[in-house]
Design a protein around this ligand. Structure first.
Ligand code: XMP
Length: 516
């Protein structure tokens, strides 16, 4: 693998993804991992990410010099670049010359390994205070900016490369090309990693792990659990049973999609539990968002446990049910491994929130994949487009899209409004441009309207279309007015008790994507 050393900003995941996009397998390791341990993994190349610190700050992360002397090709970006510079005897100083955002880069040696074939001037994304004024001995300076004399350098003989900017972000227009130059030319790697290998590898591993025993999987209707289930089904067939808890908080047509399309595509054994009454009862009278989330999570676990007991009871002489399939993704693994006390903004509930005392062994066939790779695996497994390209939807479903108490009437109303919005967004061809578009019912708010000749006193519906790359940050989508108009007209005409449609124009931060 190519190791991406994480210096504590959000860049490492993006870099790892870009390396995968270049079809080279990558893994993230924390910068606190001893260099000897990194080298013991026999990395084909190492990339040092950017980070929030200054190399001269007290407690700024450092790296043992050995990392540059092991004969492994290394590419430093931003903080990683400065660390490479200072460790190997170059000069980095706090010149007060700050550069943030889009900056023109002057490439002074287009025959360099990294920059060959790219323009002599190219826009790059900068974010730094310190600046490198002298490259280490043996290095060639390959680029500069108006303020920074050394914005890139390389030592081709030792296979060490560095750039002051962030090649991984979209705004660095030739960033991907430069990354590929490092991987293919600098490190001599070949673009041969595909998700096809993942399927074969995982099927073999799952068979070896499970043997004759049985496994269960909770299906949420989302992409991750669907793809994980399809993969495990392919490996162990009828030894797998999927459980789908219909909590009544699903969107229109969702349960049917799982019941029909998913089963048709995979042939999986499915147990659908109708738990609508139970969830409604548990949620009655509750309007606090965190309390709702906790109730939904708790009830989900109870229903799931009951379903598991039933599966065992139905075939008690069969092999024991010892495994639980989960659609854990690589970002989940990285984030929970980081363990650097991130604030709990919301209690996220999903199938992954099952308690430890369920005493299962886990099967997590997607734990090395990013979301777009999971979609590729799903497509390769023959899952229908509607499942594979599904936009994210929260585990607690419409329960956290009703501001106020959750009741059957309100759920039905919101389901209608949501279905209209989805229909129109799809018809306008916006599904891929919009990351997701929560539709929210403000059940505790009423406003006066006029419809026909009469006064109305109804509820507002909020449209929350957002654009995002990973849901960590998001911006509201500037979507066409005519599509908004159509959605608004249809919702107010067709959905009883709704007399107003409003647009949420808040980014994340400060808002979150969902309202609760
Ligand atoms: P927020 O509202 O925190 O949402 O900006 C970020 C992303 O996560 C989804 N989301 C959830 N997904 N269980 C999930 O599986 C949850 O409890 C949950 N809450 C929010 C949300 O739809 C968005 O994509």
């Amino acid at each position: 693998a190519v190791l991406v050393v994480d210096f504590g900003a959000q860049y490492a995941q993006l870099i790892a993804r870009r390396v995968r996009e270049a079809r080279v397998y990558s893994e993230i390791v924390p910068s606190t991992m001893p260099v000897a341990e990194m080298l013991a993994k026999n990395p084909k190349a190492i990339i040092l990410s950017g980070g929030p610190s200054s190399v001269y700050e007290e407690g700024a992360p450092q790296l043992d010099r050995e990392i540059f002397e092991a004969g492994v090709p290394v590419f430093g970006m931003c903080y990683g670049f400065q660390l490479m510079a200072t460790t190997l005897g170059g000069t980095v100083d706090n010149t007060g010359a700050r550069e943030y955002g889009r900056t023109p880069l002057h490439v002074s040696r287009t025959s360099s390994t990294l920059f060959e074939g790219t323009p002599a001037e190219q826009p790059v994304w900068m974010s730094h205070g310190d600046a490198c004024s002298a490259a280490p001995e043996g290095f060639t300076v390959t680029a500069s900016t108006d303020v920074v004399p050394v914005a890139a350098f390389e030592n081709d003989e030792k296979k060490l490369y560095g750039v002051q900017y962030h090649p991984e972000v979209m705004h660095s227009t030739h960033g991907q090309q430069i990354l590929e130059h490092f991987l293919y030319r600098g490190a001599g790697l070949r673009p041969d990693w595909t998700t096809g290998n993942v399927i074969e590898e995982q099927i073999e591993a799952i068979r070896a792990q499970v043997g004759e025993k049985r496994a269960i999987c909770g299906l949420s209707g989302g992409v991750d659990s669907a793809v994980a289930a399809a993969l495990v089904q392919k490996a162990i067939g009828s030894q797998l049973t999927c459980v789908y808890v219909d909590h009544g908080l699903m969107r229109k047509g969702e349960t049917e999609q799982v019941e029909k399309d998913f089963v048709a595509a995979t042939g999986v054994q499915l147990k659908v539990v109708d738990a609508q009454e139970r969830f409604l009862k548990a949620l009655a009278g509750v309007s606090d968002p965190e309390e709702k989330r906790k109730i939904i999570g708790r009830e989900f676990i109870r229903v799931f446990e009951q379903a598991q007991a039933e599966i065992v009871a139905e075939a008690p002489d069969d092999h024991p049910v010892e495994f639980l399939v989960q659609g854990t993704l690589y970002p989940d693994v990285v984030e929970s491994g980081g363990g650097t006390g991130t604030a709990n903004i919301k209690s996220h509930h999903n199938v992954g929130g099952l308690p430890e005392d369920l005493e299962f062994q886990l099967i997590e066939p997607l734990r090395k994949l990013f979301k777009d790779e999971v979609r590729m695996v799903g497509a390769e497994l023959g899952l229908p487009e509607e499942i594979v390209q599904r936009q994210p939807f929260p585990g607690p479903g419409l329960g956290i899209r009703i501001v106020g108490e959750v009741t059957k009437e309100r759920l039905d109303l919101l389901r209608e409004a949501d279905a209209i919005a989805r229909e129109e967004l799809t018809a306008a061809g916006l599904d891929r441009d919009i990351w997701q578009c929560p539709v929210v019912l403000l059940a505790d708010v009423r406003s006066v309207g006029v419809q026909g000749d009469g006064r109305t006193y109804g509820h507002p519906i909020v449209l929350r279309p957002v654009s995002s790359e990973d849901a960590m940050t998001a911006d509201w989508t500037r979507m066409p007015y005519d599509v908004l108009a159509k959605i608004s007209t249809r919702i107010t005409n067709e959905v009883k008790d709704v007399n107003r449609v409003v647009l949420d124009v808040t980014s994340k931060p400060p808002g979150t994507i969902e309202w609760e």
